[in-house]
Design a protein around this ligand. Structure first.
Ligand code: Z5A
Length: 211
């Protein structure tokens, strides 16, 4: 028996962390074994890479170097956490996964998408999520939400507004290219409405009957 792998994607402050917590609660209430994780990170080795990836100046590395580091962290994450959890039948909910590399380092950062696809194939073969929920939001609204939270900006939050506009479009393009796997949810709706759409998507795509 294999579990299900669900990823949440979108720009900063889109509401991924809020949604993932609500989904985990709902699934656990149904007696499902749930693993909540995030990228970059999720394992001790990948969390070390997260620390250096999210700090320092924006030009610390080129986008290609970032993509390689993201995949180094991702392979560790899949090998040591995600794949074993799926094998024992758990549902894995990840705050970001490979689509973030396509969007941030590819579309917004300038690495050709074909090179990122080759990198994915070399690192993880055909491994991909069963369902990806993309929270779409105006980047200014999302960044305002994270500022209101009072935390220091990460390296990525300090990139220019053009970068964040390209990101938003990149996630919409990813959804259009793979409609079987991806569903776009309006992240500017209330947290309750976003949650309802997400639960309906999980029921529709995975036959989960959570509603
Ligand atoms: N990155 C990359 O470049 N390449 C890659 O391959 C990967 C990642 C995997 C990870 O940062 C960074 O790594 C990320 C991309 C890059 N860029 N940045 N920055 P992170 O994990 O620290 O940041 P994030 O993913 O953008 O998360 P976030 O800023 O915490 O946003 P969020 O999780 O989507 O939102 P939230 O925490 O749920 O909500 C933000 C605030 O809004 C909070 O106060 C909520 O209470 C509030 N909120 C949430 N939902 C709503 C609704 N519906 N209405 C009103 N307010 C809401």
């Amino acid at each position: 028996m294999r579990g299900h792998f669900i990823t949440l994607e979108g720009g900063e402050g889109a509401g991924k962390t809020t949604l993932i917590q609500a989904l985990a609660e709902k699934l656990r209430a149904r007696g499902i074994d749930v693993v909540v994780t995030r990228e970059p990170g999720g394992t001790p080795g990948a969390e070390l890479l997260r620390e250096i990836l999210l700090t320092g100046s924006t030009d610390r590395w080129s986008s290609m170097t970032e993509a390689l580091l993201m995949y180094a962290a991702r392979v560790d994450h899949v090998e040591r956490l995600i794949a074993p959890a799926l094998q024992r039948g758990a549902w894995v909910l990840s705050d970001r996964f490979a689509d973030s590399t396509t969007a941030y380092q590819g579309a917004a950062g300038g690495v050709p998408i074909e090179r990122i696809k080759l990198l994915h194939q070399a690192a993880l073969g055909n491994f991909k999520p069963d369902l990806t929920l993309i929270l779409d939001i105006n980047p200014q609204v999302g960044i305002q939400r994270t500022i209101a939270r009072g935390e220091d900006a990460t390296r990525f939050e300090r990139f220019d507004p053009g970068f964040h506009g390209r990101l938003r479009q990149a996630f919409l393009d990813i959804a259009e290219d793979d409609p079987e796997r991806c569903l776009v949810i309006d992240g500017s709706e209330t947290a309750e409405t976003v949650f309802r759409h997400a639960v309906a998507a999980i029921d529709g795509h995975l036959g989960a009957r959570l509603l």
